[in-house]
Design a protein around this ligand. Sequence first.
Ligand code: G6Q
Length: 543
Amino acid sequence: MAEASLTGRPAWKALEAHYAKLKGLHLRELFAQDAGRGERLTLEAAGLFLDYSKNRVTDETLKLLVGLAEECGLKAKIDAMFRGDRINVTENRAVLHTALRAPKGAKVMLDGVNVVDEVHAVLGKMATFCAKVRSGEWKGHTGRPIRNVVNVGIGGSDLGPVMAYEALREYSRREMTFRFVSNVDGIDFVEATRDLDPAETLFIISSKTFTTLETMTNAESAREWALKGLGGDKKAVARHFVAVSTNAEKVSEFGIDTANMFGFWDWVGGRYSMDSAIGLSTMLAIGPEKFGEMLAGFHEMDEHFRTAPPASNMPVLMGLLSVWYGNFFGAATTAVLPYEQYLKRFPAYLQQLTMESNGKHVTLDGAEIAYQTSAIYWGEPGTNGQHSFYQLIHQGTKLIPCDFVMFNKALTPLGRHHDILIANVLAQAEALAFGKTADEVRKEGTKEALVAHRVFHGNRPSNMIVAEKLDPRTLGRLVALYEHSVFTQGAIWDIDSFDQWGVELGKALAQRIIPELEGAGEPRLGHDSSTNNLIRRYRGRRR
Ligand code: G6Q
């Protein structure tokens, strides 16, 4: 069984034995033993600096983890992805998001076609369109220029665009308003459009399949809203709606001119699509040139991941550390804590990237898995979290590895704010690692009854990811870092990181329940007694 093959590997066994010896070792000792640790266990790649010295690892741990990666054939798996092999086996698809940011002239052949040429053709079409909208040349139905852009999409067709817009707001066209509608809860649409003028509003219907229930429901409401505001002339749709999709037929059925459709391909997974045409709202906000810089940042990290040896490969190291904590220390979650307000949606974005990719229970060949797969990712920007959940990270009973993200420069310096912000992120990582002993607490004159409450055991691991400043290029590097860390973990766990069958069951059940809620006559319900009862109660009270 494949399941036995991971936990039965010599490298895995060696890590188990090593863990038994190392688990009691404190980061205080590790730092005391090696004065150079804080400088040695760092890595610089693709413009990012990673300090991984505050992890519960020794040189031996790192060697064993790298050995595990080698035994699992990580290098061959990386090459297979970049080459366009159909590594998404359950959907029989290639996984080529790296081709989305390959430079013009590069070659990645899939079924006899150089997909990089296709990518650049779409990028060119996007750039032309964005230039027209941004310059005011593109006019709405009544002749007014577009001032508002509303992206309608969900999951991979929403989280990346929202995150990127928020992250790169500083670079965005400030005179324009950008909104994002994802939830089928009508409030999302109503709030996003309540103060917008339909004559100046462009909807981007972003849906790879163009069949997603939430997106199509919102798209229909958007069409109604726009037509109502524009006097009901159906011709208005062409000036106020564009589509990002792989499904030309459905796009044209909806009434969008396929000349205003921006395509992508089945080899781009939704959660890996923010740098495809799904990023049209990002390009409208920051312009084609800055969008190109973001792609260049992605590509730099791709090249590092593809070529660097595992021991000095940043995404590989981060992926292996996640395996170390998840599979050996039993850590169930990882906190991502950006000290940068513009990255406020970054943890939400990463939740999909990590958990939809690696939240799997069978191996590639379908064998049930007996080891842990993806951690739960969560987080909030610092310093806000410090005044809420950090208590648990410092003194709770769970081990929560943390990824801190900091930038050397503030985008808009304001007095002492940035120094104070950075002092906090450095302090948190230090406090988590080294804590405060009972003796240290006593020395401060603390009453004996309170000593235990004020002890920090420390030994709580963290990564510190440092970048110069948050700009499009850095955002690309950062996202690619996590994409490839996710890949590394999936490769070790021998799972398909690129499918998402786990979202299907609920979707299908919802389709069955919708008519049971809406139908005029009392439906014959065939669910369990709880679901039947809830449906009846809702039907009786819904209006
Ligand atoms: C991502 C998933 C999923 C997808 C949404 C939207 O990897 O596949 O989140 O992006 O379900 O799908 P459409 O783009 O097809 O509407």
